[in-house]
Design a protein around this ligand. Structure first.
Ligand SMILES: *Cc1c(COP(=O)(O)O)cnc(C)c1O
Length: 366
């Protein structure tokens, strides 16, 4: 079944007389004896429906978590003391914080590699325990050569996990390329309306699934019933939203790229992007995230993001509404270029967005 159809038709009650949608199950425990005992362990049927939806399009079994970081933490938690953890030079800042803290506690050694340097990742697979590949990466939009990294010969037990939040499960399919774990912050595109926090891990190996299931129980990071309900509601329109937002992103990236007030655009779909060739090799579309540098100072970049009336100056991403932010102002991101604006393109009319953006650039000229 095509993902568009799967996301709409599956994850529903099927008995005669049932409502078409699972209701948000708001309960910590269940009457016994029964299949479910306690929400933190078995989760709710609402969460189960979300897991069915995402697992079906990723090609594996999904575990839903309370946040994206809870999903990341469950994977890192599986590392034995003394492991080698390989991460990109500049991963999502909370992922970085978790890696740094674990290293400080002596739990693992962190190795940082340039995402664009495929040979370095392939070589690392021979003696690392976990390759954590975030692609496209935040906020420089570097795309890893996932097919090459996932098929590299590995040390026994070495896991490859992919944070594909920026791509969504529609645009890239890590498990099909040979990764062990596909992770998404469902807070972003899957939820799609900036109204929930959630995360998902999808795996194809049953032993790994059971191990991560147990970690979720012990770490206490099961998704809530209302969040699962909202994430399902969001996931049903993911293909429609992605179609529009990717179309908008491609148009805006091209226009920004030739605008005299923009110094540089980073969008995987632009042939000039440093890792466009990787993206073209295996992504199905180029996503709706980009970053660009305005000509001038960091102050001008701040003024631009504050000036718009349609694009929201807000840090999160993946919503139906466009958001952008000056990245260097985010705690932990001070090393980013001061003029860099990270842009999550939404589903508004593209010409309204363009008018909003160009008015902000015009108003901040000096
Ligand atoms: C947001 C995000 C996360 C963390 O997800 P939360 O839902 O905020 O916990 C991890 N990776 C990437 C790429 C993200 O954008």
């Amino acid at each position: 079944m095509h993902p568009d159809t799967w996301l709409i038709s599956q994850g529903r009650p099927t008995e005669l007389g049932d409502p078409l949608n699972f209701q948000p199950t708001m309960a910590s425990n269940f009457r016994l004896p029964g299949e479910r005992y306690y929400n933190r362990t078995e989760g709710t049927e609402t969460a189960g429906a979300l897991e069915e939806l995402i697992g079906g399009i990723e090609g594996g079994r999904t575990l839903a978590f309370s946040t994206g970081m809870a999903a990341v933490a469950a994977v890192f938690d599986s590392l034995a003391v003394g492991s080698t953890l390989v991460i990109p030079e500049d991963p999502y800042h909370a992922t970085n914080g978790l890696a740094v803290e674990g290293e400080r506690q002596g739990r693992w050694t962190v190795r940082r590699l340039d995402l664009a340097d495929t040979d370095a990742w392939v070589a690392a697979a021979v003696d690392a325990d976990l390759l954590w590949v975030e692609t496209p990466a935040n906020p420089l939009m570097t795309v890893a050569d996932l097919p090459a990294i996932c098929s590299a010969p590995r040390k026994e037990g070495c896991l490859v996990a992919v944070d594909g939040t920026f791509a969504t499960p529609l645009v890239q399919k890590p498990l099909e390329l040979g990764a062990d774990i596909s992770m998404h912050s469902a807070t972003k595109f899957i939820g799609g309306h900036s109204d929930l926090m959630a995360g998902v891990l999808t795996v194809s190996d049953d032993v790994l699934y059971d191990d991560l299931w147990n970690r979720r129980v012990r770490l206490g990071s099961t998704i809530g019933g209302l969040e699962a309900f909202l994430a399902i509601r969001g996931a049903r329109t993911l293909p429609l939203r992605m179609e529009r937002s990717m179309e908008n992103a491609a148009i805006l990236a091209e226009r920004l790229d030739v605008h005299s007030d923009i110094a540089r655009v980073r969008y995987p779909g632009l042939p000039s992007h440093d890792t466009h060739a990787h993206a073209a090799k295996f992504m199905d579309g180029f996503g709706a995230m980009m970053s660009f540098d305005v000509v001038g100072s960091g102050e001008r970049a701040s003024a631009v993001v504050e000036h718009t009336s349609i694009v929201n100056n807000a840090t999160s991403l993946g919503g139906i509404e466009s958001t952008w932010e000056r990245r260097a102002l985010i705690p932990g991101q001070e090393t980013m270029p001061p003029t860099l604006i990270r842009f999550s393109v939404g589903c508004e009319n593209v010409d309204d967005l363009w008018a909003d953006i160009t008015a902000a650039l015009e108003a901040t000229k000096n």
